[in-house]
Ligand binder design. Structure first.
Ligand code: GDP
Ligand code: MG
Length: 440
């Protein structure tokens, strides 16, 4: 599914430290493919990718996020925007009753959703009235009556062969006298969009003047659902869409494109056949679900909590200018301890994370305690310039002070020298790559 594809793409991206424009382009190509395969409208995909590219490449990186996390954050933000930003509620009439007209093709879920919506609104403290206006199919009236009975919500039906328009008007009147504040009209659909259906619904809207016209579409039909939404909106003018059968939709194409194509929000989502399986549609939650953001968000939060961005920038500068001292080494090791695995901290240092060799450095937690003790037993001068200052007697003093041996002090000094040398190699390599244009 879409979710898996995107997560895989970002996982690959996360393995890299600094991202080149080529890395980002490659990832966006994969995002594009994933969206197209999820049946998202191709024009929507095109605009979407263009916006992401602009933001992912052009913007300043947030200091405490690594570049891959930054890209995920940008994609998440754009997905949310694509679906309309925030949840859109039903427009309630200032003077009740609020009249809601449910429209859509046969089988989309109009009748079930009408009952679900009544159930939802009742939980919000409303007093809904359901109206059976699908007069072409006697079974449809019966279906709504059964659902109403299950819920204990009244259903207005007519047995005298009236037209849907008169039924709607009579229902609205009966709502006033019966103290009902929301009227939900279940209308007749057709197998497919045709002129007869559109003309009928237009006339009904004109006569009844509902406060909300909600289109019910089946998410599992993907782009077809988006096409239906476009037609209904251009003929009728919709206030919103209810996307049903999202529980069976693994692709997500309709959820992602309805808003962008029609300009109308998805207000609710149906997530099952049961009468409580209707939820307000939240673009941010949907985006999180699609991106499998749980772990990413946790990592980002962790990074933000533990990382002092200024400190990081200072450290990076030191590494580049090769002024890296034992004191810095200690500071870094302390950070590592706070953060967890070394690999993780390295992946967050732009320019270092992608280098495999660095990841091979093993940090043993127990050893860390000694390293820390040794460095803390040194004078500031010794920490800054160990090679020049440290002699035998000083090393013995440090070993004693830290509860270690001279061999262990020597081992640490050697490790530090090696780390410095390795860092110099990386800095040189980076300079060479930049010069040859292989790295921005
Ligand atoms: P209508 O012809 O538009 O009135 O559609 P119905 O309300 O009769 O629903 C058609 C079928 O879709 C029924 O079997 C419903 O139970 C099913 N259905 C409706 N909404 C959902 C949903 O959100 N999830 C699932 N899984 N099934 C749904
Ligand atoms: Mg029906």
């Amino acid at each position: 599914g879409l979710s898996e594809r995107l997560q895989e793409t970002f996982r690959k991206l996360r393995g890299k430290g600094r991202l080149t424009e080529a890395d980002v382009n490659e990832a966006l190509r994969e995002v594009r493919m994933a969206l197209l395969e999820a049946d998202v409208n191709f024009k929507v995909v095109k605009d979407f990718i263009a916006r992401i590219k602009e933001k992912a490449v052009g913007q300043e990186l947030i200091e405490s996020l690594n570049p891959a996390q930054h890209v995920v954050k940008v994609v998440h933000g754009e997905l949310v925007a694509l679906m309309g930003g925030s949840n859109s509620k039903i427009n309630m009439a200032p003077k009740p009753p609020t009249v809601i007209m449910m429209v859509g093709l046969n089988g989309a879920g109009k009748t079930t959703t009408s009952a679900k919506l009544a159930n939802y609104l009742r939980k919000q403290g409303r007093r809904p009235l359901l109206v059976a206006a699908d007069v072409y199919r006697p079974a449809a009236v019966k279906q709504l009556q059964v659902l109403g009975e299950q819920l204990g919500i009244p259903v207005f039906a007519d047995g005298t062969g009236k037209e849907p328009v008169s039924i709607g008007l009579a229902a609205a009147e009966s709502a006033v006298t019966g103290g009902r504040d929301v009227v939900i009209i279940d209308t007749a659909g057709r197998q497919e969009v045709n002129e007869e259906l559109m003309a009928e619904l237009e006339a009904m809207k004109e006569a009844i003047r509902p406060h909300e016209v909600l289109l019910v579409v089946d998410a599992m039909t993907g782009q077809a659902a988006v096409g239906v939404a476009e037609t209904f909106n251009s003929r009728l003018g919709l206030d919103g869409v209810i996307l049903t059968k999202l529980d069976g939709d693994t692709r997500g194409g309709a959820a992602l494109s309805v808003r962008a194509v029609t300009g109308k929000p998805i207000k609710f989502a149906g997530l099952g056949e049961k009468l409580d399986a209707l939820e307000p549609f939240h673009p941010d939650r949907m985006a999180e679900r699609i991106l499998g953001m749980g772990d990413v968000l946790t990592l980002i939060e962790k990074a933000q909590e533990n990382f002092n961005a200024e400190q990081m920038a200072r450290m990076q500068k030191k590494i580049r200018s090769m002024e890296f001292t034992l004191e810095d080494f200690l500071e870094q090791l302390t950070q590592v301890k706070k953060l967890g695995p070394l690999e993780q901290i390295l992946s967050m240092i732009p320019g270092l994370g992608g280098i495999k060799k660095l990841k091979d450095i093993q940090v043993d937690e127990k050893e860390l305690v000694y390293v820390e003790a040794i460095i803390r037993s040194m004078t500031p001068e010794e920490r800054r310039d160990p090679e020049r200052v440290l002699n035998g007697s000083r090393k013995r003093r440090i070993a004693k002070g830290s509860g270690t041996s001279v061999q262990e002090v020597n081992r640490l000094l050697k490790q530090f020298e090696q780390t410095k040398k390795m860092m110099k190699q990386f800095v040189d390599m980076e300079k060479a790559l930049k010069k040859s244009g292989k790295m921005p």
